[in-house]
Design a protein around this ligand. Structure first.
Ligand SMILES: [Zn+2]
Length: 207
């Protein structure tokens, strides 16, 4: 009885050992596969960096798009490269988006943080310009882009003080009166000053 029990145990132990080595082998293969994948990804990212260095942004962009199809999560360096490439391809919205990602991930201490912040600022300026151009192309007419004809008198009642020459300010202590700084005690503006006022170019006298 003792002998059989011992034999059985031996069998169980050796089966387990066999199963474990099989499992280990599978795990090794999987780890090897992952390591290869990672090495391959790093190599591809390196070639993206090289293309960017050579200012071949279209090629870099195509490569990045290919990489994005294969990765489950985007490496932080790639967020920067995509942001930078997009900037030079004048895709400013996309650029600002990815540069923001990089800055969120790395803060100000990342390898590319300074350049990322720089490019992002430039991208935002370009975005703003685009928006203004779009407004213009959409035919939005803004009065400040035109000179207004004030009619035969060449004068307009001062819009700041409504022609009264004083500006009334209501405070919790009551009303305070101040001389209007725009119409020089006349309550009226010349047409030239009126147009300047509309464009935000008329300065109030400090008196
Ligand atoms: Zn006035």
């Amino acid at each position: 009885m003792m002998k059989w029990g011992f034999l059985m145990m031996l069998v169980v132990v050796s089966v387990c050992a066999f199963a474990q080595t099989e499992q280990e082998k599978l795990r090794d293969v999987e780890m090897q596969r992952q390591a290869n994948r990672l090495r391959n990804l790093e190599r591809q990212i390196d070639s993206v960096a090289l293309l960017i260095d050579q200012q071949q942004y279209v090629a870099a962009d195509a490569k990045i798009v290919n990489i994005l199809k294969t990765v489950r999560s985007v490496p932080s360096d790639l967020t920067f490269y995509l942001g930078k490439t997009s900037f030079y391809l004048q895709k400013y919205k996309q650029s600002v988006d990815w540069l923001n990602k990089y800055i969120q991930l790395k803060g100000t201490s990342g390898q590319f943080s300074e350049e990322a912040i720089n490019l992002k600022t430039k991208g935002e300026v370009e975005l703003l310009k685009e928006k203004q151009t779009e407004a213009k192309q959409a035919g939005e007419l803004l009065s400040k882009d035109f000179d207004i004809d004030c009619g035969p008198t060449g004068k307009v009642a001062c819009p700041v003080c409504n022609g009264s020459t004083v500006i009334i300010k209501k405070t919790y202590l009551g009303e305070t009166y101040k001389t209007c700084g725009y119409c020089n005690h006349t309550g009226a503006l010349s047409c030239e000053d009126y147009n300047k006022l509309l464009k935000g170019q008329l300065k109030a006298s400090t008196q």
